[in-house]
Design a protein around this ligand. Structure first.
Ligand SMILES: Cc1cc2nc3c(=O)[nH]c(=O)nc-3n(C[C@H](O)[C@H](O)[C@H](O)COP(=O)(O)O)c2cc1C
Length: 221
């Protein structure tokens, strides 16, 4: 893991509460070592069977950023931020060669031989059983990784904005994946230094959407 000694990282609860969706970014670049640290913290996320089906495209090139912005209803934070992470997900990842994942699990000592043998069969079987939900399951992994990115960025002095406002076919064309039907776009996350702060638009009272044991018993705190 790359370390960044210049930044005093915020603790997780502070980063969670301080994070806002930022809509305007300064043109300031992200230092390469800081960007690498962010990428490493992003892929430290968990994933189903550790398949890591996310495909993360780190868009930095000016023309690429402009094309992504155009594919995102011209939302300017994508053009302004020095880096936009495109979180894609390979819906067929669990059917591909799992050897590197299984070997790493064994080499680290995290998975014993029984686990490795079980996973070798269980992962492709589970994948097939998902049917039409393969895409949805892959997107879950990508969304969790994107949450790691957003919180890590906040903790390390950067700002972000989760973004769903884009046209999938156009985003796929920008990243060169127009001919891959198994690749789904999960979310776009511009990252950079905020040009303007944003206020917290607030959250509903816990009793509105948190429940105890069953959906008809509101959580009262
Ligand atoms: C999945 C997701 C998609 C979003 N898409 C967009 C978007 O396309 N454009 C945008 O400006 N904000 C987008 N937002 C930001 C939300 O509007 C924002 O999270 C919400 O208003 C709460 O504000 P906060 O993030 O500052 O707490 C998105 C947020 C999430 C979680």
């Amino acid at each position: 893991m790359t370390t960044n000694t210049e930044i005093q990282a915020l603790d997780v609860p502070t980063a969670i509460l301080q994070r806002r969706s930022i809509k305007t970014f300064k043109p300031d670049a992200i230092a390469p070592e800081l960007l690498k640290q962010l990428i490493e913290l992003t892929v430290a996320a968990p994933s189903s069977f550790n398949v890591q089906s996310w495909r993360i495209i780190v868009v930095q090139d000016q023309a690429q950023r402009e094309a992504l912005c155009a594919a995102s209803w011209n939302q300017k934070q994508i053009k302004e931020a020095p880096v936009t992470f495109v979180f894609a997900a390979d819906a067929s990842a669990g059917e591909k060669d799992l050897t590197p994942i299984l070997e790493q699990g064994a080499a680290t000592g995290a998975w014993n031989e029984g686990t490795v043998n079980y996973f070798r069969n269980a992962i492709p079987k589970f994948q097939v059983s998902l049917g039409e939900k393969r895409r949805e399951y892959a997107i879950k992994d990508a969304m969790i990784a994107s949450t790691n990115l957003v919180l890590a960025a906040e903790s390390l002095g950067l700002s972000t904005c989760f973004m769903n406002g884009w046209i999938e076919d156009q985003v796929k064309a920008v990243i060169g994946a127009e001919n891959d039907p198994e690749l789904a776009i999960a979310v776009l996350v511009p990252v950079g230094y905020a040009a303007e702060p944003r206020l917290n638009p607030g959250r509903l009272p816990l009793s509105t959407n948190v429940f105890v044991d069953k959906i008809n018993t509101s959580y009262q705190g």
